[in-house]
Design a protein around this ligand. Structure first.
Ligand code: PMP
Length: 403
């Protein structure tokens, strides 16, 4: 894999921040986008902007074909059985809200949902919103000191009232890669469906929803070198068929009268209104990019950067890393002594290094770790060892200034 050549495909990596070359290590929040995706967005606006599904005219047909091409590309990407099992949303957040609101409409007082302590707020709050119609109990899987889930406790949480288990494939703070196939099998042995939040897995790992046997799997394009505003819900057809619509409007109906409406077939039943068809179409170019580089190469390169940077960080006195599971993705959350994560992040930014600071939309996890927040550096395919060195040097400088 030629990283320099890959870097050349990302125009933003050539820019400076605060007078220094940008070192972008906030890939967990969003990754950068290669020129072929940006060019495709421009090309589509200039050549093929027409609303999808509504028109008989050629432009509308072209736009529809492009959107449906991406649906089939996503289907292949996650190995779903049919394109109808792929629903386009605004992102991971909307996909989880869709499942919670629609599938969750059947939940009743006393029903229990199993989540883990490492969930992003996007996989907590939508389930809590169900309390508007039912007194739902949330049961929480704990972690050990390395940031791995307590699987014995997970097993023990299932009972006759359990109606859903929802957990991340990869933690956006700890980097832990969870044993989601095993977790799904355990849930299914109790007749409980699972939702996997794949927002931090889809840019880095091979995903096979049929091998995992999960019921729902969700992720966002903008973390996968793709456009903003596009997310994916994979759902098992038998469940999607029996679920009520999430939003009502155009595109999702068969026939409307004031007395009664019948709904469109899958996947359109869950895609009310005009979708973000330009970005959806351009998302296929991001999948082409990932396919061309190869997920195995991406994973190996990021693993190398993770090991290299972790070893360098461990040499720094007083530095504590949160999340040390052997099976983790290239995310490093840390604090140094009593220094506030925000002060470190700000000084690193002055030195051209973009990292994330704060609670990372995982406040329950911060409470469990006993910290208000952390500094988080996260890697993508275009990052280099030189950038890791620049990050470490900037961190040492920031620490010298702050002590
Ligand atoms: N889940 C996880 C694990 C995430 O890391 C994120 C994004 N930080 C989300 C959900 C939400 O994704 P989005 O903001 O794209 O909807």
């Amino acid at each position: 894999m030629d990283v320099e050549k890959i870097r050349g495909e990302f125009p933003i990596l050539g820019r400076e921040v605060n007078g220094r070359p940008l070192v972008y290590l906030d890939n967990t929040a969003t990754s950068q986008t290669p020129a072929e995706v940006v060019d495709e967005i421009v090309r589509l606006y200039e050549n093929t902007k027409a609303n999808v599904h509504r028109g008989v005219h050629s432009l509308s047909q072209e736009a529809t074909d492009l959107q449906e091409h991406t649906r089939r590309r996503v289907q292949e990407f996650v190995n779903a059985a049919e394109p109808e099992e792929i629903i386009f949303t605004r992102g991971t957040t909307e996909a989880i809200n869709l499942v919670a609101a629609s599938y969750g409409s059947r939940f009743r007082d006393g029903d229990e949902i199993i989540l883990t302590v490492m969930e992003h707020h996007a996989n907590i709050v939508p389930w809590q919103l169900l309390r508007r119609h039912a007194d739902i109990k949330i049961r929480v899987v704990e972690i050990n000191e390395r940031g791995e889930l307590d699987m014995d406790q997970y097993r023990s949480l299932f009972n006759g009232r359990t109606v859903m288990a929802a957990f991340c494939h990869v933690s956006n703070v700890l980097g832990t890669v969870n044993p989601v196939k095993e977790m799904t099998a355990i849930a299914h042995s109790h007749g409980v469906p699972v939702l996997i939040d794949g927002a931090q897995a889809s840019p880095h790992l091979r995903i096979d929803v049929r091998d995992l046997d999960c019921d729902f799997y969700v992720f966002s394009s903008h973390k996968m070198y793709g456009p903003t505003g596009v997310g994916v819900l994979y759902g098992r057809r038998s469940l999607l068929e029996e679920m009520p619509p999430y939003q009502g409007g155009g595109e999702m109906i068969k026939h409307v009268t004031f007395a009664h409406t019948t709904y469109a077939d899958l996947p359109f039943k869950f895609e009310a209104g005009t979708p973000d068809f330009i970005d959806i179409a351009a998302f296929s170019k991001a999948l082409d990019f990932i396919g061309r580089v190869g997920l195995d190469n991406i994973e190996a390169h990021e693993r190398e950067l993770l090991d290299y940077t972790t070893a360098k960080l461990e040499e720094i006195e007083g530095l504590k890393i949160y999340g040390t599971a052997p099976h983790k993705s290239a995310v490093i959350s840390f604090n140094v002594g009593n220094i506030h994560n925000y002060d470190l992040g700000m000084l690193l930014d002055r030195l051209g290094v973009a990292v994330r600071t704060g609670h990372h939309c995982a406040q329950p996890l911060m409470q469990r770790l006993g910290v208000p927040g952390t500094v988080r550096a996260s890697f993508a395919v275009y990052n280099t060892r030189e950038e890791a060195d620049a990050f470490i040097a900037a961190l040492r400088r920031a620490l010298a200034l702050l002590s």
